[in-house]
Design a protein around this ligand. Sequence first.
Ligand code: NAP
Length: 317
Amino acid sequence: MANQNEKLVEKRDLIILGSGPAGLAAALYAARADLNPLILTGMTLHGQASTTDIIENYPGFPEGISGPELGQLFQAQAERFGADVEMDQAIKVDLEKTPYTVETYGKKYEAKSLIITTGATSRKLNVPGEKDFVGRGVSYCGTCDGWFFKGKDIVVVGGGDSALEEGLFLTRFANTVTIIHRRDALRAGAILQNRAFSNPKIKFIWDTVVTEIIGDDAVKAVKLENVKTGEETIYNTNGVFIFIGHDPNTELFKGQIELDESEYILIDKHMETSASGVFAAGEVADPDFRQVITSAGMGAAAAMRATRYLEELEETK
Ligand code: NAP
């Protein structure tokens, strides 16, 4: 008799892990190849792009489009051709032998091929107070939390595109937005720099790092250190928005496929990982571009190669 605790096993040709632009573009291409792919969405439906207020650089939308709306359109298009989108998360993956297995909290799947598009997570500052004040003044998403800072003074940490884009968005709510950057030159692109420098609500603190986040019920201040002079100051603020880059979500795959020194998945020019029939696309395998368009392109390419892989598998039967 089957063990009551044993999970049901569902067999699939192709499972896609993740539902950001890479995952949903892969789903669209795989669905149109009649593979009826299953997408396990992961915790962040539609990925990081869905937390972006407005996406202005995805072709076809000259006026820009909101992240959530673009995510919904991607999903609807994939579903129209037969992709199954399951709001569930892989918690264990076995890539040692085929068929590969994927477990979620309630289910177990076997798949002949996988496309990993698990994306990346906001990097943490790892300073005292950061963890304690998440949801009480510390945030990694302006679109999600900006509204709570109406008329408040906030700081943004980072000097890249995300810091400036989110900082600009936060000026809609906040009284002042102070961008704290560890160098004296921004990494962000020229358009965002120009917008930030000409916004009267935004000011900059250069050559400075946050060494502690201080508060009681909520954030009240940050401790700052000037990296050139070593001078320490306390800077009063109601909120700390942290945009200092991302780390790839590759925990599930460690020791099973090859990762680079920063733990991004290594892929060949056909998006294939070191495990045959396991492909990766989007930010989990791309430390360089991380754009909606590049992720979607990688997803489409991965699906085309997965289709070829499955065809060849069928031929050698
Ligand atoms: P990023 O480009 O890696 O920038 C991270 C920023 O945080 C850098 O300025 C970095 O300083 C700083 N930083 C890193 N670790 C730090 C630490 N421990 N303490 C203090 N500061 C730290 O990351 P991102 O801004 O999230 O952008 C990621 C990718 O997405 C980029 O390719 C970007 O172009 C793209 N993106 C594009 C858009 C757009 O096109 N509109 C919008 C958002 C993101 P240093 O400069 O000194 O290294």
